[in-house]
Design a protein around this ligand. Structure first.
Ligand code: RB5
Length: 152
């Protein structure tokens, strides 16, 4: 799968680990930065880059890492078609895709260790949207909200 990944200074070290991990699983990684550790950088810049890559179809899914995962997720969800969430456990990372069609996984380097992060990534990448009628109905309600409230 083609994956866009981005991180601010708070997620910089974990990004390197996750790139190696996902590439080792055969995924093609598009690194949206940060390309060097810069304590003054801002998570919306990297969230925007990853969200645009997914939105445009350049990447099928995205991974965002900041200190908590929260800021990056909040910013990514400002983009139409992006469904980003912080998942620090395997259950949420898998079910977020299967039920909610989550397309951006957010991680907090200051919260979880590399091992748990890699397992969350494995779960996120190892499944797809179920397409079950009830989940499609809910997804379509989310899409209707985007249509109503997002400005183009
Ligand atoms: C940056 O210090 C930190 O606030 C950021 O990485 C992230 O945790 C925000 O949610």
């Amino acid at each position: 799968m083609k994956l866009a990944i981005g991180a601010d200074h708070g997620g910089f070290a974990l990004k390197k680990i996750i790139i190696g991990f996902a590439a080792g699983m055969g995924h093609e990684m598009i690194d949206c930065g940060a390309y060097r550790l810069e304590p003054g950088d801002d998570y919306p810049d990297f969230a925007g880059a990853v969200a645009r890559a997914v939105q445009s179809g350049q990447a099928e899914r995205g991974i965002l890492i900041c200190g908590s995962g929260v800021g990056a997720g909040v910013a990514a969800n400002k983009f139409e078609g992006i469904r980003a969430a912080v998942c620090h456990d395997v259950f949420s990372a898998r079910q977020g895709v299967e039920d909610d069609d989550m397309n951006v996984l957010c991680l907090g380097e200051r919260i979880i260790g590399a091992g748990a992060a890699m397992e969350a990534v494995r779960a996120f990448l190892g499944t797809g949207f179920s397409g079950a009628e009830r989940h499609l109905r809910r997804l379509n309600k989310v899409r209707a909200m985007e249509k109503e409230f997002f400005k183009q």
